[in-house]
Design a protein around this ligand. Structure first.
Ligand SMILES: [Mg+2]
Length: 189
């Protein structure tokens, strides 16, 4: 199976009045399970010009990301794009890596959160997502003792994995691959 682990950093929780700051997507082929550096990765910082709508808590949480994005914009870094061309560039990445028209996505809460942001972008119709998405959280839920499904930090510790970083899209997308891999990689004797 090939899936695409997707993570967004956003200016808040409401896709109707918040927006995407950063997007990362890592292609995983469960048959080959390449090391992180060799997995195809799409990574963009979003240039919103001089206006940004969002929620204060998320803007504070992402202040370093905003600072980094401004530096990359200034340096004309190719990892920067606008909301208008994000989906076009993502589509080109998927096609260049042989992902079929219907993308199988993976992520923490992808179907309810990330997808809602992506579908509001210009050119969103270029990308068709499979209705089923992979979410590692259910795999790490303790159905007897948890009141709600665990957060990513708890999933990582239950998997005996160390998180790659905090609130950085590429690290978060990779952590999802690691959590899923743990379930489909046979334990070594
Ligand atoms: Mg994230």
């Amino acid at each position: 199976m090939k899936y695409v682990s997707i993570d967004l950093e956003t200016t808040g929780l409401n896709p109707d009045n918040c927006t995407i700051l950063e997007m990362a997507a890592i292609i995983e082929d469960t048959k080959t399970q390449l090391p992180r550096e060799q997995c195809p990765i799409f990574h963009r910082y979003i240039d919103h010009g001089n206006r940004l709508a969002g929620e204060p808590f998320a803007l504070v949480m992402n202040s370093q990301l905003l600072k980094k994005t401004l530096e990359l914009i200034k340096a004309k870094d190719p990892q920067v794009c606008t909301p208008d061309n994000l989906m076009t560039e993502f589509d080109a990445f998927l096609k260049a890596n042989g992902i079929p028209n219907k993308v199988l996505a993976a992520g923490k809460n992808f179907a309810f959160f990330d997808r809602e942001f992506l579908r509001r972008l210009p050119q969103a119709e270029k990308i068709r997502f499979h209705h089923r998405a992979l979410d590692p959280v259910t795999l790490y839920t303790d159905f007897i003792n948890d009141e709600v499904p665990p957060n990513m930090d708890d999933c990582m510790s239950r998997a005996a994995l160390v998180a790659s970083g905090k609130h950085q899209a590429a690290d978060d997308a990779w952590d999802v691959v690691c959590l899923l891999r743990k379930k489909y990689t046979p334990a070594r004797p």
